[in-house]
Design a protein around this ligand. Structure first.
Ligand code: G3H
Ligand code: 13P
Ligand code: ZN
Length: 307
């Protein structure tokens, strides 16, 4: 089917109390893994391209791949710009066919974030495109962090309420203690659930969890067993993620877990089959491994059989 607006799948998830996976892609194999997993699990899905992905693969190439992949399946697929930072790139994505965009002005002062986000909502909504914004800074919270430090970094629920009213944004990513990448927590994985609960009560809209990868042990082990060297990596445990979904998260962003699956599978082929030099024999197993990881995450999110 044709690409659907992000709002369609996120509003249904908000009503149903589950979450949709947003998986980052920047090449054909990653996209195929996401789409095939979604179809096999009968799960709606969001495919996300970052500014870095657009720079790497080209905007038209990514949109062409996304539209072709979505047409091939019967499950709803939204094409989302992840962490768009400027008006110009967002405008290019809107014109190219994205059905959801994120304006990430979270590093700017609150009023500037409101102004830019509202500007994007005003051009995106008439085109039927959904808008996500972010409040607070994405970073892990250590045990010894003071209340003042925590308040300075994480989302302020009152500000979140005001932000949603002023901008009309469709979904919001509140900083509650996650961070991007494979090294999320030094000690115990902790999220600020009270804050999340308040943001949900005050806004009622679909909430987004960035930096949500689980960084499973088995993916790290494969990488390290076949010549890699990734030490001390730690992701968000499954139970913590499911609690966040129960508290109102409806979109879960995952990139790192796919990168780990991809890298481990490629390292394994190259180490075990030294005679191989056909790209399909190298990338094929990586695509399979990513698909497995995506399916497992969809089950965790509760989005299976929701298409
Ligand atoms: O949130 C960031 C995503 O993992 C995308 O990363 O900017 O390296 O493409 P990237
Ligand atoms: P991870 O690095 O935890 O996969 O987070 C990805 C993300 O938030 C993309 O926006
Ligand atoms: Zn992110």
């Amino acid at each position: 089917m044709s690409l659907v607006p992000g709002k369609v799948v996120l509003d249904a998830a908000n009503k149903g109390g589950y979450a949709i996976g947003a998986f980052n892609f920047n090449n054909m194999e990653i996209l195929q893994a996401i789409i095939d997993a979604a179809e096999e699990e009968k799960s709606p899905v969001i495919i996300a391209a970052s500014e870095g992905a657009i720079k790497y693969a080209g905007l038209e190439m990514l949109v062409g791949l996304a539209e072709t992949a979505a047409e091939k399946v019967g499950v709803p697929v939204a094409l989302h710009l992840d962490h768009g930072t400027h008006y110009d790139i967002i405008l290019r994505c809107l014109r190219a066919g994205f059905t959801s965009v994120m304006i990430d002005a979270s590093s700017r002062p609150f009023d500037e974030n409101v102004k830019l986000t509202k500007q994007i909502v005003d051009i995106a909504h008439p085109m039927g495109v959904s808008v996500e914004a972010e409040l607070g800074r994405l970073m892990g919270i250590e045990d010894n962090i003071s209340v003042a430090e925590r308040d300075a970094v994480l989302v302020d629920p009152d500000q979140a309420e005001k932000f949603v009213e002023l901008t009309g944004v469709d979904s919001l990513a509140p900083a509650i203690g996650t961070s991007h990448g494979a090294f999320k927590f030094k000690g115990e994985a902790k999220l600020d659930f009270d804050r999340l609960k308040k943001v949900k009560e005050k806004t009622g809209i679909p909430l987004v969890l960035h930096g949500a990868s689980g960084v499973p042990r088995h993916l790290l082990d494969t990488i390290n067993r076949f010549g890699g060297d990734i030490k001390g990596a730690k992701g968000l445990p499954a139970e913590t993620l499911q609690k966040a979904i129960a508290y109102g998260i409806n979109k879960v962003n995952t990139d790192t877990d796919l990168r780990l699956a991809f890298t481990g599978a490629i390292r394994e082929v190259l180490a075990e089959k030294k005679e191989v030099f056909d790209p399909r024999k190298i990338l094929g197993p990586a695509r399979e491994k990513m698909k497995e990881v995506i399916k497992e995450r969809m089950r965790l999110f509760g989005s299976v059989n929701k298409a």
